[in-house]
Design a protein around this ligand. Structure first.
Ligand code: FE2
Ligand code: FE2
Length: 214
């Protein structure tokens, strides 16, 4: 009885995560957005607004993928410490998700229509990595977080000069992602060889190209 109850609880929890990730404005951050009232944008032209929204949509989808990845890994990871660590990192990713969502709203734009697709794909990747083993799974987290870090740096340069509020969000995200990568390596994550990293880079190119507009 207890076992079937906890299994049901777990299923509800998993489903709740899916909804909070995919339904716009449903994610509740545990930390306030770094884009505080004191940070003001300079006026953005329509072209700049659209460009900033395209970039923030990519970052938002990246966080959707992070949720799915951590959720998939959490399901199949064997070591309880690894599972706990994944859940803690996933909590910080919820902050990122909510901050990007809020910023998209400020820019009068919307999240990507392709998010459910990327959710499913990332969930599958996470669950597979978790099933292969904790070392690989943690290595995958580290490699992903490093890649996200590169994206964020690139976006900080590409954002319109007057967009200070998006910048504030991305700067804090970069700090958090670097920490996630470091934790994963310290916990015993494998360092991925260059060809695997290249494959991941190509996949992220597909994501960024499609999500910028869609
Ligand atoms: Fe994140
Ligand atoms: Fe992260």
């Amino acid at each position: 009885m207890t076992r079937s109850l906890s299994r049901t609880d777990n299923l509800i929890h998993q489903f709740d995560t899916v909804l909070r990730t995919l339904v716009p404005h449903a994610a509740e951050p545990s930390r306030p957005s770094p884009a505080t009232d004191a940070i003001r944008d300079e006026e953005l032209s329509e072209e700049e607004r659209r460009h900033a929204a395209g970039l923030m949509r990519i970052n938002h989808t990246g966080e959707v993928c992070a949720q799915a990845l951590y959720q998939g890994q959490g399901l199949t990871a064997t070591l309880p410490e690894v599972r706990d660590q994944m859940e803690q990192a996933a909590q910080e990713e919820i902050d990122h998700l909510a901050w990007c969502d809020a910023r998209l709203q400020e820019l009068h734009d919307r999240p990507s229509l392709l998010n459910p697709l990327f959710y499913v794909a990332s969930f599958g990747l996470g669950a597979t990595a978790g099933a292969v083993g904790d070392r690989i799974s943690l290595g995958f987290v580290a490699a992903t977080e490093e890649q996200v870090g590169h994206h964020l740096e690139n976006h900080l340069v590409k954002l319109p000069p007057g967009d200070q509020r998006s910048r504030a969000v991305l700067r804090q995200m970069a700090v958090d992602e670097a920490h996630h990568a470091q934790l994963a390596i310290e916990a015993g994550g494998a360092r991925f060889p260059a060809p695997v990293k290249l494959g991941m880079k190509l996949m992220s190119k597909v994501m960024t190209k499609s999500v910028y507009r869609l």
